[in-house]
Design a binder for this molecule. Structure first.
Ligand code: IDC
Length: 352
């Protein structure tokens, strides 16, 4: 080897070494799968870096460029029961392999070990914060869901709700990727007027910290009576009203209600839906789920699928017994999980 070619060889080796060093610095985490490797090793543009601060304009969610923008992804199960899925690798798989841009953190208020029923509030808040941190790091949007269900009426734990949202919204006042859902599903006869009265207390507490935070408000009858919200909306901007469906229970009649509300100009977010029946179990109905999602996509209405856990129930996306937290193969998912992952992956906008 002459001097010149030896120099070139040394330069080549040095270049190779720095490329290897650079790559290992950029990719400190063992990728979950081939797709993860691609997206983790390069500085990626993320959903939040591309779409920034969201806003509700007329009846739709828009991004920082003023274009209509749809969020979609998974809802966790109760974070008190399935805390293991609040993990960076889990969210990374949801972003890169499932092609989703949003995650909903469901924190039950009144079920076993709920935030207001014996759960450790500090631990639950730590889980919420960890979830927001991972979502932020990965450039995903994240919904903090005050999961009213067993309590039926959001007024039951209003004092705790006010304190929780005051503290949490102070932390995330400068985050463009955080949305607040203030009452998952009021039910059992709680009126829209009563929900409005609750919302009129909680919304100002959040807005005192973050004046244009996007807030999702639940509606009567397990978030099905959006027609009542359309007839008498709240007097704040940047609100979305929750509609929830379970495809084997809620069919044409609820879709017709949605279409009527869209025509009236109501901004809607399907912050929870299931592919099965309203019990969270029973048979999946993918024909009805397809009809629903086609309608939501056509109107660019955002949605989150219930649920990210490995519980032995049909709405859980991960197969019971599968302990993996990320990079699941199709066989490691439930029937519902396989279907919804495929749906997300095939979305024509291939998101972001
Ligand atoms: C269900 C869970 C189930 C859990 C139960 C607690 O799937 O594992 O034991 O809650 O009460 C909702 C609720 C959501 C329900 C889900 C299915 O928002 O919390 O989860 N569902 O019943 N609304 C309609 C259906």
């Amino acid at each position: 080897m002459n001097i010149l070619s030896r120099k070139a060889h040394t330069r080549y080796l040095a270049g190779l070494l720095s490329a290897v060093l650079l790559l290992s610095a950029l990719c400190p985490v063992q990728p979950a799968n081939a797709l993860g490797a691609l997206t983790q090793s390069a500085p990626v543009s993320t959903p939040a870096s591309l779409h920034g601060k969201l806003k509700v304009e007329k009846n739709r969610l828009t991004d920082c460029h003023g274009n209509p923008f749809q969020l979609y992804g998974m809802s966790t199960h109760g974070i008190a029961w399935f805390p293991q899925y609040i993990s960076r690798d889990t969210f990374c798989t949801l972003r890169d392999d499932w092609n989703t841009n949003c995650i909903r953190l469901a924190m039950y208020t009144d079920e076993y070990n709920g935030y207001c029923s014996g759960g450790n509030q500090e631990e639950l808040k730590t889980l919420v914060k960890r979830g927001v941190d991972y979502a932020t790091e990965l450039g995903m949007y994240v919904i903090i869901d005050w999961h009213v269900l067993n309590d039926r009426d959001p007024h039951v734990h209003k004092t705790e709700a006010l304190a929780f949202f005051k503290e949490i919204s102070a932390l995330y006042k400068d985050h463009d990727n955080v949305l607040y859902e203030i009452c998952n599903e009021p039910n059992s006869g709680v009126s829209w007027d009563s929900i409005k009265a609750y919302a009129r207390e909680v919304i100002p507490v959040i807005r005192a910290n973050d004046e244009d935070a996007v807030i999702i408000v639940g509606t009567p009858t397990w978030s099905q009576d959006i027609d009542q919200a359309a007839a008498s909306p709240l007097e704040y901007d940047n609100l979305l009203y929750a509609l929830h469906f379970y495809a084997n229970t809620h069919t044409d009649w609820l879709r017709q209600r949605l279409e009527a509300c869209i025509a009236q100009g109501l901004p809607v977010f399907v912050s929870e839906f299931g592919t099965c029946d309203a019990s969270g179990n029973g048979g999946n109905n993918f024909d009805e789920t397809s009809r629903w999602l086609e309608l939501l996509d056509r109107h660019q209405i955002s949605y989150c699928c219930w649920n990210l856990a490995n519980k032995a129930e049909s709405s859980s996306a991960i197969a019971p017994g599968c302990g993996r937290l990320s990079g699941w193969s199709p066989e490691e998912l439930s029937e519902s999980g396989r279907w919804i992952r495929e749906y997300f992956r095939l979305r024509s906008d291939a998101v972001r």
